[in-house]
Design a protein around this ligand. Sequence first.
Ligand code: ZN
Length: 144
Amino acid sequence: MEKEGALVDFGKNLISTLSKRNIVVRFPVPIDRTYRDTWNIIGTHHGHPVRCAQESETTVIHGEIVGVDFSLCFGCEKCIEACPTHVFDLILDESGQPVVDPIREEDCILCLVCEIVCPVAAINVKSEGGSDDTLNSLLEGTRG
Ligand code: ZN
């Protein structure tokens, strides 16, 4: 059982950890947390909206309450294992790559565990009140 402390240590440490595991880091930039306001809705999927970034129509985010950036997600299933309400399912995207879809996002209890376990920061849970601050302080706390 590996220590998972590196998962929230964004930046070079994470990238080198992933490289040692031969995981290709495609976009080491976290999900755009403003996507609900700034991205265009291009369709729906299992009842949740699908949005794409204006500058890249191939970059899509599925979900309204729980957003998953399909260009970041590589289907590691850590969120599936961690989610207490089974929000996620593994599906194949248009290019046949495994990705995690927030197929039951209406069951989300906003616990944010998926955001914390995701090694590529592909998930953003809609914030209510201070949850953004809570997560940020958790992330900040790991830097010492
Ligand atoms: Zn979907």
